[in-house]
Design a protein around this ligand. Structure first.
Ligand code: CTP
Length: 403
């Protein structure tokens, strides 16, 4: 998805071994649709070449404030006036110390100082040895830079290039990309608290076998990510999936429908919106075996008495908070036929404000889908797109109805 389409980003590199990660970051920003202008300090060019960064950004790199390519010789003004954001990654301890004092003796620090702060955000992705990161001088500088309006991204922890282990690693390219998208997203869900379910559930038959379904969780995870980017506080109750939890989203991992029901009910009070996206197994074994069922010599397979799982969405829609209009409830309808009619029936049966209808055969395990928005006012289609784009449209529609 082109989350950064039409966004202009100055990617600044100061000196540090994490410069190798800036190449991947540059590529990720370009892939997300951004126009990237790379600016490197002299120290950065010791770690990675401008040729690499030019090839990845598709633009000549700037390294010096005396670069004569700009007709007025004012690269620090020209390159920052159109930019949505200056991202310094890696931001070395020395570079941050320099910024703190408003020094401007190279092009990148000059640009940070000269940027129009009301329109061009400054984002710093620090990278350094653990002792440098924990030094009181660095801590003071980071604190003051935050107070001065810079967004200082957290650091990663783990093995460092110097052989030591600890805090100070630059975040991975994908993590920085997510934070940048978040900073540049509309904040129409700011202050809202969103609770959602995602993925399949797994209902044990014995300790090694169980009933489940083919839901991947992709739609629910995309909704959680979009809501977070739009400023909401998100709690994601997830069944077993292989997906990475989006940055900034609080996750509660569960296995069965009963566990999912319990986790949702526990968090309802502090939620403004509930979205039921999980494919909850409708039935579970009444009495799962406590030990692995053995075949032995028996020819007859075992039989299980099944019992219904709680209908989480229906239960939430009936709670006092929802009935008094303080909780906006959205459900999905996975159908294989008669989509509109079945979705309308579910809207009524469950008591939700919105049902998002989709055809199971067009969504299970896939990265794209088509949705049918069904509410009391009528229906409209959200046309085929990636699940990330659909999620963004759904969150935009929800934000409009909450405002
Ligand atoms: N749902 C739920 N708890 C359940 C079953 C479903 O919260 N035990 C929610 C789903 O997350 C979805 C909506 O209810 O938002 C509809 O789910 P779906 O599987 O389409 O329908 P069912 O309610 O299971 O009904 P049916 O199987 O008859 O289509």
């Amino acid at each position: 998805m082109n989350e950064l389409l039409n966004k202009r980003i100055v990617l600044g590199l100061s000196g540090g071994i994490a410069c190798y990660k800036a190449a991947e970051l540059c590529r990720a920003l370009v892939k997300a649709g951004a126009q990237v202008q790379v600016v490197m300090t002299q120290a950065a060019t010791q770690f990675i070449t401008p040729v690499t960064m030019q090839a990845l950004s598709n633009q000549p790199v700037f390294e010096s404030q005396w670069d004569a390519r700009e007709p007025n010789n004012m690269a620090h003004i020209n390159l920052t006036r159109q930019a949505d954001l200056i991202l310094v990654a890696p931001a070395s301890a020395d570079f941050m110390a320099k910024l703190l004092h408003g020094r401007a003796d190279d092009l990148l620090s000059l640009m940070c100082l000269a940027r129009p702060s009301s329109t061009t955000q400054l984002v710093l992705a620090p990278a350094m040895n653990r002792e440098m990161w924990s030094h009181p001088a660095t801590k003071r500088n980071v604190e003051q830079l935050r107070l001065d309006g810079a967004h200082v991204l957290g650091v990663g922890s783990g093995d460092q290039a110097c052989g030591e282990t600890g805090d100070g690693r630059m975040l991975e390219a994908d993590e920085i990309l997510q934070d940048v998208i978040c900073l540049l997203s509309p904040k129409d869900l700011q202050g809202k608290r969103l609770l959602l379910t995602a993925g399949p559930t797994f209902e044990a038959l014995d300790p090694v076998r169980g009933l489940t379904n083919r839901s991947s969780g992709k739609m629910g995870y995309a909704l959680a990510q979009s809501a977070h980017q739009r400023g909401a506080q998100v709690v994601l109750v997830s069944g077993p999936t292989h997906l990475q939890v989006p940055r900034g989203v609080n996750v509660i991992q569960v296995e069965s429908g009963q566990q999912m029901h319990h986790a949702v009910m526990t968090h309802l009070e502090e939620s403004d919106v509930f979205i039921a996206c999980a494919a909850v197994a409708d039935w579970r074994a009444l009495e799962p075996a406590t030990h692995k069922l053995k075949k032995n010599d028996k020819q007859t397979p075992p039989t299980f008495e099944l019992t219904a799982n709680p209908d989480i969405l229906a239960a939430v829609c009936k709670c006092e908070k929802a009935l008094s209009g303080k909780l906006f409830c959205v459900g999905f309808a996975a159908e294989t036929e008669n989509l509109e009619q079945n979705a309308k029936t579910k809207l009524e049966r469950k008591g939700a404000q919105v049902i998002l209808g989709n055809l199971a055969q067009n969504t299970l395990g896939r990265d794209d889908n088509t949705l049918l928005w069904v509410d009391a006012k009528g229906t409209f289609e959200i046309p085929n797109n990636t699940k990330a784009a659909l999620a963004d449209e759904v969150m935009k529609q929800i934000a409009q109805r909450l405002s």
